[in-house]
Design a protein around this ligand. Sequence first.
Ligand SMILES: *Cc1c(COP(=O)(O)O)cnc(C)c1O
Length: 376
Amino acid sequence: MMNNLVFEKRINVTQPKMPPLSQYLGYLEQIWENKWLTNNGPLHEKFKEGLKEYLEVENLELFTNGHLALEIAIKSLDLKGEIITTPFTFASTTHAITNCGLTPVFCDIDPDTFNIDPKKIEDKITEKTSAILAVHVFGIPCNVERISEIAQKYNLKVIYDAAHAFGVYKDGVSIGNFGDISMFSLHATKVFNSIEGGILTYKDAKLSDKIRSLRNFGIVGSGDIKYVGLNAKMNEFQAAMGLCNLESIDQDIAKREELFKTYVNSLQDKFDIKFIQLNGTWQHNYSYFPILLKNKYFRDKLHELLKKYNVVTRKYFYPLCNKFDCYNYDSGETPIALDISQRVLCLPLYTELTVENVKQISDIIVYELGGLYEQL
Ligand SMILES: *Cc1c(COP(=O)(O)O)cnc(C)c1O
């Protein structure tokens, strides 16, 4: 234990991006003036237009959170039977499939990208398969070209859980333009937040009416109820927060990039720690800083030791979704995902963190791992 490296104030794994209070108050005054709180209010419409421009997409709708947006994506495509997905994700991805009455079929992941491994998808396809639900985990793009080829060959729909991928580009194309539908989460803990919030971007403009209807109890223009819908509307207070944060998003991502690269410089070549490899074909949003340790023992130990320094890390994503108590799925078929889930640890990363904070966290890690290796 190095007492001089203990943080006085707790460093959490993430911290919500807050705009200047005065900026938010300006929007609150507009809301009081308008007396329009939800159901496609003026701030909702303004936020929607701003996001279409920022994400460079044709079709986009807003939701009260990302999870309900994902369920609506599944419902809007009339999917049935089985959906091929990844176990290395947040509970929401699997729950959305199950809540919609479908069966998740887990496919193993690529150890370098942590994303669904396209080489293993075809083995999972049966006559009941209707879609692939892939996740751009930690903001790393999936192999969208291969997934698209497989989907075309077998006539499957493709949904991307892009909850982590706001602001990511693949070969110069904004990430919301792949597959049939993509979902972004604007939860407080994500790169870009509207307190809670979600986005669907989608290819087929003809889906608009259905998606909007599903978001509002299944009500259609005539007043009839055409679908078994949900209530998943984004309100004006959320839109106001989103509008504020949209103004600073480029600076926020640039700040994260600086912190991310500080971690890389401080930790590379130390004790075989592995982290996300940036390469020329995609542009990152620096949403998370996951590291891979040698084994579960080192991961769990480091997680505990960092707490003593007032540093909170998270075992994202452990346990795997096919290991949850509420499900009865066999995880034996996703050995790579299982291995990664036991070795991964996400380090603190948020815009208010400083380069000095990151250097200090890295120093603690190097010191404590040194101690753990000596005990071997
Ligand atoms: C956060 C998250 C969601 C759910 O988003 P909410 O906006 O919190 O409902 C879905 N999938 C993944 C991978 C997430 O990290």
